[in-house]
Design a protein around this ligand. Sequence first.
Ligand SMILES: *Cc1c(COP(=O)(O)O)cnc(C)c1O
Length: 366
Amino acid sequence: MDTMGHIKLHIPGPVEVSAKTFAAFCAPMVGHRGQGFKDLYAKIQPQLQSLLFTKQLVYLSTSSAWGIMEGSLRNLVSKKVLCCMCGAFSDKWLDVAKRCGKAAEALQVDWGSPIRAEAIDAKLATGEFDALTLIHNETSTGTMSPLTDIGLLKAKYPDVMFIVDAVSSMTATRIAFDELGIDVLLAGTQKAFAMPPGLTVFTCSPAALAKAATLKDRGYYFDFVEFQKNAADNMTPSTPSISHIYALASKLDDFFAEGLEARFARHLTLAQRTRDWARGHGFLLFPEKGFESSTLTCVSNGARTGGRVLDVSKLQKLVKDRGFLIDGGYGKIKGTTFRISNMGDETEATMGTLYAAMDESIKLIG
Ligand SMILES: *Cc1c(COP(=O)(O)O)cnc(C)c1O
């Protein structure tokens, strides 16, 4: 593979993909209804279940995360969906619900704030909703919402479908699906899985599958009932990106060789290092204190007053000249924040070279 002039990705998705993962991606093709594919899916199914701490089958959708984010609405919303909104991705989910013709309402908090269980409780108490959407780790703001607290609400509202996007946190932190009691958990593979984009890993509660079966206009490609039926036989509803599934098998072996707890701890430590780096240079962090993501750091560059401010595009260019791509802020906080990812395969050593490149760049800016 020609990697000359490659700029290493430290944006929060897609993230850097290892040569080993790409090699797995290039395994010879097999038929998706044949024993070879069934054996592949059967091999990774228990690993996926361990990763998500679930006894439910884990499904593989050949789509980016939005496919299943939209699919969840089509499968599970018949009355009205509460969209918990705290950043660009979670805000967009409301728009997507409306485009699907669903009744939808916003629970909006300021960007950088988490979604709190009390706020959800107050909304669900109206009895108007049969589903909610929540992003565990809002990637645009680097903010993690307290999923355990929110999951506890499920006991109080058993008929409300809790749909959770863990796109930028799945594999990097413990998300115990069965314990949480939530109904859908999903993630695209180009974030913390450190795989190429194009595959989504997700699972559903028995209640979600039962609810989906009652909805008439859930379509075919993202029909959760089809995913369940096929997965029971180690297949997918339509021809999947088999290459992605080979790569996923390779990644899962890596995750369990490292150990999940070690993987979670590594992400947290590296995020803490990045926060220290930012504070060490006089910056404030964008997320509310105590809710900082463990997979990326959103640095305030004027979005919160008091900290250091510099020309983000200059910083990005200087860092890029040194071989790394960082993100210059997303949506309405572009330029007034910047983001640094530590997702996937990063180590103290690889993050150290990034910090050194950023140190040099900041010195040049003066
Ligand atoms: C990246 C991201 C998405 C969108 O994923 P696509 O792959 O573009 O569909 C959704 N939610 C979160 C939290 C993300 O980080």
